[in-house]
Write a protein that binds this ligand. Sequence first.
Ligand code: ARG
Length: 472
Amino acid sequence: MSKKIASARIQTDSSELLKELNNSLPFDRVLYREDIEGSKAHAYMLMKQGIISPEDYEKIDMGLERVLDEIESGTFSLDGDDEDIHMAVERRLTEIIGDAGKRLHTARSRNDQVALDFRLYVLRHGDTIANLILDLIESFITVAEKHTDTLLPGMTHLQHAQPINFGYHMMAYASMFKRDYERFVDSKERNNLSPLGCAALAGTPHPVDRRLTASLLGFKAPTLNCLDSVSDRDFALEMLFNIATLMMHISRLSEELILWSTSEFGFIRLSDKHATGSSIMPQKKNPDIPELLRGKTGRAYGNLLSLLTVMKGLPLAYNKDTQEDKEGVFDSVRTAELSLRVLKEMIDEMQVNEEAMERACNRGHLSATDLADYLVKNAGLPFRDAYHIVGNVVNYAEELGKDISELTLQELKSVDSRIDDGACGVLDNRKSMNARQSEGGTAAKRTEEQIETLKRWLQVQKAEGKRQVSSR
Ligand code: ARG
């Protein structure tokens, strides 16, 4: 059946093996909505430009609506023998409305058709992902607001470094995900152009109006050059890169959630909803969900590398290699959307163990830098000398089995006579955290500023985000 509408040159039926290799319907059927919308816009333009009659247009439009209904209700199942979603829809349309259906493909090729459908899909899901990121940022802000005074050991090299607050840590993630969001928005701005009307590669002699179809489909404008438009897959690559980076951030956070929920850390408890048991060890509660999110990052990277490799070395314009662009994108999109939803739920429902976080701050001499800074300010010592004195203090504290914040003034002074009475005050972890008042620093006041800034930003984006989705 598909052979008849697809080919005038090929006389014999395709071999079964060829079909298995060649047919994209098993996966590109998810594009049915975009394909039908694109066809409706194209048919309307053909009628407006006098390329098809109003009667044929009415039939095509009504027929396409029916195909859509049939697909959505399951009466037209997309698992037939058709080569791809474009051929399947056109075949069914022609079965329903007869000869008028054969006029739909005037001034169009599957090359611009697939470029359109896929671009619509990518832009729409880019909007969906962007909005899911905003929801996640909102969750970080909610947690951060509650914990600007909750002490947490800030780490470098996964070793205790300086005291920070947990809200500040959450705001670090909020900042990463803000950049991820902006990448999706920037990509949309660049790629929001319609390839429809480019036909096979060179444009068409028919008097098409590409601006009309572009605006009907919610694009900013038509693309500039048809040869480029039917072969370009940068928009899909950007999507894959944006998702890979997003997943990298999700994976880093997942790693921390996993660490924090171990008995060694005990900083958080994941809701039972997001943990599973072991089949043999009755006591276990495993963080499978963050582990899966961390693991799924692998496929997001793989999908990016795979399409970069497919595109490398392709001569202009369309080549069938390009059909390999879709499955990875569908997979990355599904992975990103699901991961964001799950992660938000996990952040919303995790229990924060403030005592454990604060207790952990009493190990690792977190306020050592504060004593060095104090000696610089109060004893006028060069930082490097102060650094060595504090090194000796830390060694002494270790000998006593204490944290530096637990040393008495007497003990401090016994290490070096240049340490004076005020030194004890700066060793307190909360004071140390609040002393870091430089812009972007951890002091509770500065963290609150960051929260306020991001809240205002979020409000603006939320209003715009809603607009983006509805305009398409
Ligand atoms: N299924 C094809 C794809 O995804 C549609 C485009 C076919 N064009 C062609 N000239 N064979 O790329």
